[in-house]
Design a protein around this ligand. Structure first.
Ligand SMILES: [Zn+2]
Length: 322
């Protein structure tokens, strides 16, 4: 993280103005003291550096401490056979008012327990999420796009709760798709903040965000999509990506998702496609074998806590994107 701080401190005057209007940060150096018995075991934990970043526009705050990732966490080992109607969707899942949409890699279904009026599923034909290819992902996105086109609503939302730790109730990989008449509350909040930012600074918030992150080695363009490793992540390895046209950018988005699947096997993805915002978010939710949740009281009510080096992650991710 020190390298990142150096980069921030060496930003040009113009970039620093932009950085400062979006972010503030502080570094806390903590010391703690160990009883004799455990002193040797924990000698690398005596002095800890906590890097705290705040996004003032969105009121987000994240505390980075690499020691968080080194904690001993409870693990489970056993493999259980889970409920899975998605290997046989034609007979075991409901269908929606559009009937079944399908291609060689995916098929649509209605959601058995709807969250809103237009809420359906795109089920991958591949059962094992570890085996998904870029083509599987691209075809599933294509089918989602076809469903969105038929719905003709103002705001299309696609989510992928990949794995139980990310909130999936069925392990077999599947996307959830929604068509709304209005923007969902949290996306609307982001949209309103971008309008306020425009009024206040006569500048585009998301473009500035990309530019600042680029200067720090935390953002990269993949053809038309702009990928940002969020400086105030909700949890580990969070990405934001901006796209221009979901249909035209489908291949690049699929490439990004395919790469992310190799990094994480439990993640949350959300893509919002509307005239107001065209944006995606992905966040890792940790190893499946962990029993404890990665989200605690602080994340729900105060701020986020993560345990990774953001610049190291950016270098690793971007070295594999062409
Ligand atoms: Zn299955």
């Amino acid at each position: 993280m020190e390298k990142l701080i150096n980069l921030i401190n060496s930003l040009s005057q113009e970039d620093k103005v932009k950085f400062d209007r979006i972010y503030e940060f502080k570094i806390e150096k903590a010391q703690q003291f160990f009883p004799e018995k455990i002193k040797e075991t924990y000698k690398d934990k005596e002095f800890q550096t906590i890097y705290i970043f705040k996004n003032k526009i969105l009121d987000q705050e994240t505390h980075f401490n690499i020691q968080r990732a080194k904690r001993k966490e409870p693990l489970k080992e056993e493999k259980i056979d889970f409920y899975d109607p998605f290997c046989n969707p034609l007979e075991e899942t409901p269908f929606d008012d559009l009937g079944r949409l399908g291609n060689e890699k995916a098929i649509s279904a209605s959601n058995l327990a709807k969250i809103s009026l237009d809420h359906s599923l795109i089920i991958f034909k591949e059962h094992n999420k570890e085996n998904l290819s870029k083509e599987d992902i691209e075809k599933a996105l294509e089918l989602s796009l076809l469903w969105f086109k038929k719905k003709q609503k103002k705001c299309n939302v696609l989510i992928w709760n990949n794995g139980f730790r990310a909130g999936a109730s069925i392990e077999h990989p599947h996307l959830q798709i929604f068509a709304f008449d209005t923007l969902p509350a949290k996306i609307d909040f982001l949209f309103k903040r971008t309008i306020e930012y425009k009024n206040q600074f006569n500048s585009d918030y998301l473009e500035d965000l990309f530019e600042i992150h680029s200067k720090l080695g935390l953002a990269k363009k993949l053809n038309e999509i702009k990928i940002i490793i969020n400086l105030t992540p909700f949890k580990d390895y969070e990405l934001i990506f901006l796209f221009k046209d979901l249909e035209k950018n489908l291949t690049d988005i699929s490439e990004l998702l395919n790469l992310y699947c190799k990094i994480s096997n439990n993640f949350n993805l959300l893509i919002c496609d509307s005239d107001f915002l065209k944006i995606g978010f992905i966040v890792d939710r940790g190893e499946i074998s962990k029993i404890n949740s990665d989200i605690g009281s602080l994340e729900i009510y105060a701020f986020s806590v993560v345990g990774f080096d953001i610049l190291e992650f950016a270098e690793k991710l971007f070295s594999e994107l062409h």
